[in-house]
Design a binder for this molecule. Sequence first.
Ligand SMILES: Nc1nc2c(ncn2[C@@H]2O[C@H](COP(=O)(O)OP(=O)(O)O)[C@@H](O)[C@H]2O)c(=O)[nH]1
Ligand SMILES: [Mg+2]
Length: 330
Amino acid sequence: MKRKNRLSKAAYVEGILAGDRLVLSRAITLVESTNQADLALADEVLSDVLPHTGKAMRVGITGVPGVGKSTFIEAFGSHLTSNGQQLAVLTIDPSSQKTKGSILGDKTRMEELARDPNAFIRPSASGSTLGGVSNKTREVMLLCEAAGFDVILIETVGVGQSETLVHGMVDFFLLLMLAGAGDELQGIKKGIMEMAHAVVINKADGDNLKPAKRAKVEYQNALHLFPADPSGWVPQVKICSARDKTGIAEVWEMMQKHSEQVTTNGFLQSNRQAQQLSWFKENVQELLGSKFYRSEQVKAELEILTQKVKAGEVPALKAAHQLVDVFFGG
Ligand SMILES: Nc1nc2c(ncn2[C@@H]2O[C@H](COP(=O)(O)OP(=O)(O)O)[C@@H](O)[C@H]2O)c(=O)[nH]1
Ligand SMILES: [Mg+2]
């Protein structure tokens, strides 16, 4: 069945490579589709644009709701685009599945950036792998790179497991924090702190400037306790005010320094290779799982074995072997 919204492969590829935002948007929709024919076409489009990917700086940004991510991205993004950079912002919002509310809220907070011809903002449906719908942010990122964006910013809310996901696809991971609130209060787990290439304390303005400077020292001390990053990069702590647009240029300078360092020492390439490989493995696992559970034979046998295991007639391990053998013809 041909959907009227689907373009030809060549039209997607040419449009993306020409930096056509409209085609890019439609390609993203294709990649995020759950329709098998859409996905098959998306795979081909991705294969064709792959040689044109990899040139962007990939940045992840996280922090609890209210820390100022959207305001920061607006200020940071405008700083970048006014320096001639093309910026794509992808947001992974766990709440977006249920309600569009938070995305709408973000759009109003990123008004300037939304109108900026050098910026592209795209909220990404946060399908969870656990729920069976895989997250396509990586693929979307590649499409944006092929479309010529210099910096890809991936925003996620710092409360769940999406941070690990995002950390696994970016070169630089930035954690936004606030002064004056304990780590527990901010809902930030130690593991997330450990992944960060930089902690940026936002809202360092007005009465909050002094506490922010104090917090900077505290975080610097805390970060020193973590094991050294394999890239040789020492995590930095900065303060900024996204509202007043202070400290924003310093954050960008820091990212450029990091980029220079990891490009020179080869870590950027080896890190991306490692990310690519774990992405491959994850996909194999997920594909196996979904094919397995879609099989009619598996479904039938699963029902029978479930009853037998429940009744204590077959040991769980043996039942698992039997079920897997049904699929692989063991
Ligand atoms: N004083 C001050 N307020 C800020 C700053 N950045 C954001 N805010 C405010 O904090 C609130 C949450 O900001 P928002 O960007 O929506 O946070 P998000 O939930 O992390 O995206 C809003 O009311 C912002 O106006 C800042 O640098 N200084
Ligand atoms: Mg926000």
